[in-house]
Design a protein around this ligand. Structure first.
Ligand code: KIV
Length: 272
């Protein structure tokens, strides 16, 4: 007999834990602006991540490192104005939490106060434990992020799959346990072997949300512009494209250019 899924009018950090308990997968996508967030929220997404991938997707930087706290707050405020149901989680950007726990707390407070977001996400495990604890002690929900952590790209050197070797896999498992014990409400696992991700998801009571981490976790996250096929130069194996908006938009815009050049737009009905 199938059990009816609980309807959530508003998704909270508590709802996500309940979803895991009821074996309901969690859907999560990025959004960085009002118009996109309105569509994503209206389509029924559980969690919107205002990711620091805005640095790549919105600003055209090669890495996530350049985006600032002020810029993250701007993106997050735009998203917050659009949503009715989703939980909104905001990335603490590179440089806003690594140097000391007090600065980490100040950054998290600025995000919560100035954007109205519901939670923050930080990359890393025990090496940032004091920052995580301080933010949690202030009553701010924290989502962890392990595996491929793009803010450390210059340490890794490549965007390849992480934790394939036993030593790194063991560290990741211990970090996940630490994040759970510390009081994080969820963990993102990025680009690690599916068997390891499944093992981690089964070993903790909080939801584990994967990107390039297989189907044995409690939910999935993708970058919205990748899913929509707007970023056509990016082809990781884990990405499923649901549209080819790059081509669709190019065709629409070329058509508009042609119509203007041909004096076909606007026509009589399109003027006053
Ligand atoms: O910034 C981002 O988009 C992310 C996801 C890839 C999880 O952190």
């Amino acid at each position: 007999m199938s059990v009816a899924k609980k309807e959530y009018k508003r998704v909270t950090v508590k709802s996500l834990v309940e979803m895991k308990q009821h074996d309901e997968k969690i859907s999560m996508l990025t959004a960085y602006d009002y118009s996109m967030a309105k569509i994503v929220d209206g389509a029924g997404i559980d969690v919107i991540l205002v990711g620091d991938s805005a640095s790549n997707v919105m600003a055209g930087h090669e890495t996530t490192l350049p985006i600032t706290l002020d810029q993250m707050i701007y993106h997050a405020s735009s998203v917050i104005r659009a949503i009715n149901r989703a939980l909104v989680v905001v990335d603490l950007p590179f440089g806003s939490y690594q140097s000391d726990p007090k600065e980490a707390l100040r950054s998290a407070i600025r995000i919560m106060k100035e954007s109205g977001a519901h939670a923050v996400k930080l990359e890393g495990g025990r090496e940032i434990k004091e920052s995580i604890k301080r933010i949690l002690n202030a009553g701010i929900p924290v989502m962890g992020h392990l595996g491929l952590t793009p803010q450390s790209i210059y340490k890794f050197g490549t965007y390849t799959v992480r934790a394939k070797e036993e030593e790194e896999a063991n560290k990741l498992k211990e970090d996940a346990k630490f994040l759970e014990r510390a009081g994080c409400f969820a963990i993102v696992l990025e680009k690690i072997p599916a068997t390891l991700a499944k093992e981690v998801a089964e070993s903790v009571s909080i939801p584990v949300i994967g990107i390039g981490a297989g189907n044995g976790v409690d939910g999935q996250v993708l970058v919205l512009h990748d899913l929509l096929g707007m970023t056509h130069e990016f082809h990781p194996r884990f990405l499923r494209r649901y549209l080819n908006l790059y081509d669709e938009m190019t065709n629409a815009i070329s058509q508009y250019v042609e119509d203007v050049k041909n004096k076909d737009f606007p026509n009589e009905e399109e003027q006053y």
